[in-house]
Design a protein around this ligand. Structure first.
Ligand SMILES: [Zn+2]
Length: 76
């Protein structure tokens, strides 16, 4: 006998697993970028030095200051 609620339950469980994984790994990178916050320091990530830094943010989810501390500030 098929349970008519099975697929709905599976979807709910799947979302629960996603949320659990997000909690285990710290933050959801996609969520952080969507909220314009930093995935590393949880700070605000609204201003970037240049287009490259902004692009890096969409990849790594790191704000300008976190990018600077990891990659170093390169000024000519
Ligand atoms: Zn940061």
């Amino acid at each position: 006998m098929k349970n008519p609620h099975y697929s709905l339950e599976a979807t709910f469980k799947h979302q629960g697993i996603e949320q659990m994984l997000t909690k285990l790994t710290g933050v959801s990178r996609v969520g952080a970028v969507a909220e314009a916050s930093c995935a590393t320091c949880k700070g605000e990530a609204s201003s970037f030095r240049d287009a490259l830094s902004k692009k890096e943010y969409t990849i790594s989810g790191m704000c300008q200051s976190c990018q600077d501390s990891i990659f170093g500030i390169s000024e000519e």
